[in-house]
Write a protein that binds this ligand. Structure first.
Ligand code: PMP
Ligand code: GLN
Length: 393
């Protein structure tokens, strides 16, 4: 017997950076701008509906694909915001967060040795889910270019596709960079998917969190010509409705793809969060004002944090959406983001997340760290005050 009982394919994956940094925040009493979770509750209508469902007996297994009311609400939402028409009975499945949907999609579609084209920095569960499937990741690096805006090299993306490519895994709006992929970028990705006859899996958990000063609006890849039939579109309630602990996500797409994902999903969790499903259905049906208001509040908090970070001496990269903004630590005397973030609570009582852990080519992100601004204004102001110590203020 070897000393480590863990299967070899999971050995490269330690504790997630989010757990490590949140534990550091608790241990040091620092302000946690690391892990992306809001510090205020979501809409009252949603919380009331959850409380009602808990008391009124919705506490047993929901149906495998999710309760009909939630699937209907997802269909209505996708029609209202993105013009995507879905059959609630065959083209939608509710999952245990977007995380399970991504894992089940990869496990359902990839044979061992198949390749998944993704973009780095990538959300950490992608690499682990690809490894669990015995598949191979082919990351294309996003680099800050003109005006600090992240972009990929077209040649690098073309070269990432090959005979074993099974799918593209795309996250836009993108965590951790705050990048919103442009129409031209999406057109190229769509063309490559079609030329190489691959699937696309899109993680759009930040679909409503695109700021008014973004270069372009969010466009689901599934809405582009030729993409509907090959795309699984994934989202989740956590970010849009400030309920990250509820873990209600979903995948939508053509029936054969949704059916394949569901076949795997039924043996991972079967179902989850029964009494919360009707509440998310209520939230998805809220008027447009809720969505624009939440985004506007978040944008104001982004601006507050960006000002604080700049005053603390960081070069701040533009964030067009999500909960996050990236800071370059070079001018603040940092060279390694992991070391910098481990020392930050001691230096000034704030926690951030090093971006380099989300890369295969870690050098590209060594000098970058991520801050979350989905926090109350007074928390952001206090963090900014503490960070100012770094600039000797
Ligand atoms: N994808 C991305 C890009 C994320 O940032 C997150 C974190 N919210 C998730 C997936 C996980 O979503 P969920 O909590 O719904 O599983
Ligand atoms: N999505 C959240 C983030 O990026 C964290 C999720 C997690 O802790 N796994 O910060």
């Amino acid at each position: 017997m070897t000393s480590d009982p863990l299967v070899e394919r999971m050995r490269p994956f330690g504790t997630t950076i989010f757990s490590e940094m949140s534990a550091l925040a608790v241990r040091t009493g620092a302000i946690n701008l690391g892990q992306g979770f809001p510090d205020t509750d979501g809409p009252a209508e949603m919380l009331d509906a959850a409380a009602r469902a808990l008391r009124e007996g919705a506490n047993q297994y929901p149906p495998l694909p999710g309760i009909p009311a939630l699937r209907q609400a997802i269909a209505a939402h996708d029609q209202r915001f993105w013009g995507l028409t879905r059959d609630p009975d065959s083209e939608i499945v509710v999952t245990a967060g977007a995380t399970e949907a991504v894992a089940a999609a990869i496990l359902a579609l990839c044979e061992p040795g198949d390749e998944v084209v993704c973009f780095e920095p990538y959300y950490d569960s992608y690499a682990a889910s690809i490894a669990l499937a015995g598949a191979v990741r082919r990351p294309v690096t996003l680099r800050p270019g003109h005006g600090g805006r992240y972009a990929f090299d077209e040649g690098e993306l073309r070269a990432a596709f090959g005979p074993r490519t099974r799918m593209v895994l795309l996250n836009s709006p993108h965590n951790p960079t705050g990048k919103v992929f442009t129409r031209a970028e999406l057109d190229l990705i769509a063309a490559l998917c079609q030329t190489h006859e691959t699937y696309a899996v899109t993680d759009e958990v930040y679909e409503h969190l695109v700021f008014t000063d973004a270069a372009e609006p969010h466009v689901p890849l599934a809405s582009l010509p030729g993409m509907r039939e090959r795309t699984l579109r994934i989202s989740s309630a956590g970010k849009t409705f400030s309920c990250t602990g509820w873990k209600i996500g979903w995948a939508t797409g053509p029936a054969p793809l949704v059916s394949a994902l569901t076949r795997v999903k039924q043996f991972l969790t079967f179902v989850n969060a029964g009494p919360l499903q009707p509440a998310v259905a209520v939230a998805l049906g809220l008027p447009d004002d809720y969505f624009t208001g939440f985004r506007a509040g978040l944008q104001a908090r982004r601006d507050r944090l960006v000002t604080g970070l700049a005053e603390a001496g960081f070069d701040v990269l533009p964030s067009e959406g999500t909960y996050f903004v990236t800071a370059d630590i070079t001018r603040s005397g940092g060279t390694d983001g992991v070391d910098f973030c481990r020392a930050l609570p001691e230096r000034c009582g704030v926690v951030a997340v090093p971006t380099q852990v989300f890369y295969d080519h870690q050098e590209a992100g060594r000098h970058l760290i991520r801050f979350a601004f989905c926090k109350r204004e007074e928390v952001i102001d206090e963090a900014a005050k503490r960070l100012a110590k770094l600039a000797g203020r």
